[in-house]
Design a protein around this ligand. Sequence first.
Ligand SMILES: NC(=O)C1=CN([C@@H]2O[C@H](COP(=O)(O)OP(=O)(O)OC[C@H]3O[C@@H](n4cnc5c(N)ncnc54)[C@H](O)[C@@H]3O)[C@@H](O)[C@H]2O)C=CC1
Ligand SMILES: O=C(O)C1=N[C@H](C(=O)O)C[C@H](O)C1
Length: 270
Amino acid sequence: MTDSRIAVAGAAGRMGRTLVQAVTAADGLALTAGTERPGSPFLGADAGELAGVGCLNVPIRARLDEVTDAFDCLIDFTTPAGTLEHLRSCEAAGRSMVIGTTGLDAAQRQTIERAAQRIPVVLAPNMSVGVNLCFKLLEVAAQVLGDEVDIEILEAHHRHKVDAPSGTALKMGEVIATTLGRDLGAVAVYGREGHTGPRDRATIGFATVRAGDVVGEHSVWFVGEGERIEITHKASNRMTFARGAARAAAWLAGRPAGLYDMRDVLGLNH
Ligand SMILES: NC(=O)C1=CN([C@@H]2O[C@H](COP(=O)(O)OP(=O)(O)OC[C@H]3O[C@@H](n4cnc5c(N)ncnc54)[C@H](O)[C@@H]3O)[C@@H](O)[C@H]2O)C=CC1
Ligand SMILES: O=C(O)C1=N[C@H](C(=O)O)C[C@H](O)C1
């Protein structure tokens, strides 16, 4: 079988470089294209050399639409605006996409949903196996504990992260709210200050820390009378996300158009 040809958008970024390493190390995948934002100082550099895996003869380009013949699947961990631009190119060329970008608004998600009627897309705010297992554990915890507990979601990330709460924390909130029949938009509390009054049990609280080089930590507290359950995931390096994205790209080969998430890739959606 021939290797799936993979492009990495944002190939000079923190995730981009790690994705190049993961794709290069994966069986059945070959890195055949890489892009960066127009004006990036890394345009023209070799994606493999930048990622520390040796020369791959893949020069980083500024425009994805000029290289769509060179790949089957795009892995995109960039910015919401960049991802939407890349989505248009992939839809026009019939290429699949793995999207890890977070901070997407409702309209941007709808655009992705529409495009996924024509091309296969995996969209997930966290590609690690552990976090996707945590989503399952959260469903069970919410089912068992129901309205008997207060629920708080705590997350911490590095100082460069630009969106808050993290995409993972929001997804955790959605999983819990859906399980409990609540509307996250109505019950989410994003930080507290001043005279807040006592806590309303139906709310789901979010707390965000941004500091130093924290890779990504999420903890959900279910707090009742006399006991507290914590479901916690700590990522200690970015390769856990990158390996998941490479796995998703391999899984997409030959799939029909549709919007999938990491739980589909990992077989956790049954
Ligand atoms: N789903 C997951 O498992 C994970 C998702 N993320 C998300 O991935 C995104 C990127 O995170 P980092 O790598 O830490 O950020 P970063 O800022 O280090 O990298 C983003 C890269 O994309 C490039 N870029 C921006 N616009 C572009 C465009 N139009 N075309 C090509 N390249 C473009 C930037 O120049 C930069 O090099 C964030 O939204 C983050 O939350 C991060 C880790 C895991
Ligand atoms: O920006 C990051 O770094 C991360 N972002 C993702 C998110 O917003 O959930 C996933 C991971 O925690 C790292």
